[in-house]
Design a protein around this ligand. Structure first.
Ligand SMILES: Nc1ncnc2c1ncn2[C@@H]1O[C@H](COP(=O)(O)OP(=O)(O)OP(=O)(O)O)[C@@H](O)[C@H]1O
Ligand SMILES: [Mg+2]
Length: 286
């Protein structure tokens, strides 16, 4: 298990939100970008770190945003760092070097930002564990199926009752214990459903019931999540999010996209429960 003995990250630093799970393609990078832009639009200073060496989706999203901002409309852009995996013959030295890179990036961004958003790869890499170890809040998007729930807990296949916490949950529990001992800090964990089907289905209903139960037994808060919407894929190419589109004028949002935007706002509210309703209402006019 990863032991984070580092004391360089001071307790009074920026709030760190890590987007992770060990399964690929559940929406970590997309959701991370929407939350980063939401916080920017609320007036916070936001730094972002991409730990996904292989795909670098968040990095590409921000590159697309810079291009759009240069050619179309000026958009708020987070201070971004993309950390690449270290290649080393010695595994121990490779891990130390990766840990140092993450610490350096956090230390740099925390100087000038209120929030740091960390996007992790969809696999169990050391870099991902290091990223999780610095979280004040962990956000785990999951797709709406029992395959994704398996990441959180092992189930009795017939009864659909959880038997024991699975590997990702155990990692979070270990990190929570470490943080509590080291900093006397409780790490918040929010699980959100992503790509929810719009129509009722038995599976959708069952997943909802099980997740509700799991949130109590495994210790996470459940966010209401995002529906399945093509607009998420379209906006990536422009580097924009739903929070960048004006609700009036020629780019007027469709009813479906207004609903999607509400889902994004709702998620940000769930992640930041301490923020006042007045602060959150600023997102309405973004
Ligand atoms: N709510 C949604 N509706 C429709 N498409 C979505 C939604 N959320 C994400 N997607 C799409 O799903 C794909 C995977 O999303 P994304 O890259 O954010 O996942 P990820 O968890 O970061 O993946 P990886 O584990 O590979 O890093 C992308 O094409 C993205 O546009
Ligand atoms: Mg990703």
């Amino acid at each position: 298990m990863f032991q984070n003995e580092n004391k360089l990250i001071s307790k009074n630093s920026a709030h760190i939100i890590v987007f992770g799970n060990e399964k690929g393609g559940t929406g970590k990078s997309t959701v991370a970008m929407h939350v980063a832009v939401g916080l920017l639009r609320l007036g916070y200073r936001v730094g972002t770190i991409d730990l996904d060496n292989h795909q670098g989706t968040l990095t590409q999203y921000i590159e697309n945003r810079k291009s759009f901002s240069n050619t179309h409309e000026v958009l708020p852009i987070p201070e971004h760092i993309h950390i690449k995996r270290v290649e080393h013959n010695n595994l121990m030295q490779q891990k130390l070097a990766e840990q140092e890179l993450v610490e350096q990036a956090i230390n740099k961004l925390k100087q000038s930002n209120d929030y740091i958003i960390i996007d992790t790869p969809g696999s169990n890499t050391y870099m991902s564990i290091v990223g999780h170890s610095f979280a004040d809040t962990i956000v785990t998007p999951i797709n709406d199926s029992f395959v994704d729930l398996d990441l959180l807990a092992r189930f009795d296949k017939k009864a659909r009752f959880e038997i024991k916490p699975n590997v990702y949950t155990r990692m979070i529990w270990d990190l929570r214990n470490q943080r509590e001992k080291r900093d006397d800090k409780f790490v918040d964990w929010v699980v959100m459903r992503n790509r929810l089907a719009h129509l009722y289905s038995r599976n959708k209903n069952e997943v909802g019931v099980v997740l509700d139960r799991l949130s109590k037994s495994l210790g996470f808060r459940l966010a209401s999540g995002f529906g399945e919407r093509v607009v998420f894929r379209e906006l990536f190419l422009e580097g924009r999010t739903l929070l960048d589109i004006k609700e009036t004028g020629e780019n007027k949002l469709s009813i479906s996209n207004i609903a999607a935007r509400q889902e994004v706002r709702h998620l940000i509210k769930t992640i930041l429960p301490e923020k006042s309703a007045m602060t959150m209402s600023l997102l309405r006019t973004a």
